[in-house]
Design a protein around this ligand. Structure first.
Ligand code: PLP
Length: 395
């Protein structure tokens, strides 16, 4: 029995789309009504307080997550030629922020349990570097796809060698590590409100840290680093290099509305993931991304890994099949050590990240996706798996 071929969707099904909660426009309207239409205003102040209450750290609202990473790395002292250890498996924004400061990324492989930075590899790397007196300047973890990295082990290593620890939590707002918020577990962390993340302000980011002075410093850098005004006439004095990295009070209004539904969005994305797990149960060659112990994975994206030894098709075949049906899917991030931009930098290991990139797939994961559309995707993955098999059997 051959299933009838699926018909191409009329409207493209995207990987992750914005999902408004309802009160965003009220906050935006307040901004217009009160003419707070710049990078200061009541929504900004309130949003920072709300994020602080959520994660238990000081917070500064910014124009993007990438801007936040740039400032976070500068806060921990990264400068020209300083090495920063970071996972090779991430989005380019993580490593780019190191380069903005003239720093030098050292790429570490992932582990199979979390898909994030392998703490055992970090341990042997730091041990070797300490022996030759060449410790890096800092470590930056990434909580990929909403899966918290092994923070306890990594923090212990950073403590042992007195290294600052930065968290790229752009993808993981709403996740939990031992009941706490990744991003707010180490020296400084960053969230993103870009349009395809857990929640969105259409754009935007947030830097958080238990060090209030650092957050104040980041806020000052983000708005052109003005010194205190000695003459009281805004005759600007600059002693430090600043940026235009502030969040708009309009964007802050959108994020405030979104923050109210964050828990709901996590629940919905986790439900999407569970439905995939059930739907693909009959295809044992597809393994879901595991959930690390003592963690709540936010399931920003639902990721699966194809067991090559049990499959006659590749993950890329399936992605092309889905694309033909107007369904967006993506490989797990292309490792940085394979990027033209970064292949000249040191990489420690890399085989796990390469395998995750080659065999991993991110399926449409929007919190607003209907069960019917999701069934369509499941059916498409099943047909993709079968189609090729049938062709092979015939030949
Ligand atoms: C999205 C993302 C960023 C960048 O966030 P923006 O707000 O888009 O600048 C950084 N790191 C990772 C891992 C991301 O996924």
């Amino acid at each position: 029995m051959i299933d009838p071929p699926l018909e191409r969707l009329k409207e493209r099904l995207y990987l992750s789309v914005p999902h408004m909660g309802g009160s965003e426009l009220n906050y935006v309207r307040d901004a217009f009504d009160t003419n707070w239409l710049s990078t200061v205003g009541p929504n900004l102040t309130a949003l920072e307080r709300e994020v602080e209450a959520l994660v238990g750290c000081s917070a500064a609202a910014l124009s993007s997550g990438t801007a936040g990473l740039h400032l976070a790395l500068r806060l921990v002292g990264v400068g020209e030629d300083d090495e920063v250890v970071t996972p090779t498996l991430s989005f380019a924004a993580s490593a780019n922020a190191i380069r903005y400061l003239g720093g030098v990324p050292v790429f570490l492989d992932s582990d199979h349990a979390t898909w994030n930075m392998d703490p055992n590899l970090l341990e042997s790397f730091l041990k070797k570097r300490a022996a030759s007196n060449r410790l890096p300047k800092a470590v930056m973890v990434v909580h990929l796809f909403g899966q918290p990295a092994a923070m306890r082990e990594i923090q212990q290593l950073c403590d042992r060698y007195a290294l600052p620890l930065v968290e790229d939590a752009a993808e993981s707002l709403g996740a939990l590590y031992e009941g706490k918020h990744p991003g707010a577990l180490a020296d400084v962390g960053v969230y993103s409100f870009n349009g395809n993340k857990m929640i969105t302000g259409t754009t935007g980011g947030m830097l958080v840290s238990p060090n209030g002075d650092w957050v104040a410093k980041a806020r000052s850098w983000s708005s052109q680093a003005l010194d205190p005004d000695p003459e009281g006439v805004s005759n600007y004095v600059h002693s430090e290099l600043g940026y235009s990295y502030g969040m708009s009070n309009v964007v802050a209004g959108i994020v405030r509305g979104q923050l109210e539904v964050l828990d709901q969005r996590v629940t919905q994305r986790r439900r999407v993931f569970e439905r995939y797990v059930q739907g693909l149960e009959s295809l044992p060659e597809w393994q879901p991304q595991p959930e690390a112990s003592r963690c709540r994975h936010s399931r920003w994206l639902s990721c699966f890994l194809l067991d090559e030894s049990r499959s006659s098709i590749t993950a890329y075949d399936v992605m092309r099949f889905l694309a033909a049906l107007n369904v967006e899917s993506r490989p797990v991030w292309r490792p940085m050590h394979l990027q033209p931009l970064y292949q000249r930098f040191e990489v420690v290991g890399g085989e796990v990240a390469e395998q995750l990139n080659r065999c991993g797939i991110c399926l449409p994961s929007s919190s607003s996706m209907s069960a019917e559309l999701q069934s369509f995707v499941v059916e498409a993955v099943k047909q993709a798996s079968k189609t090729r098999l049938t062709l092979m059997e015939q030949s």
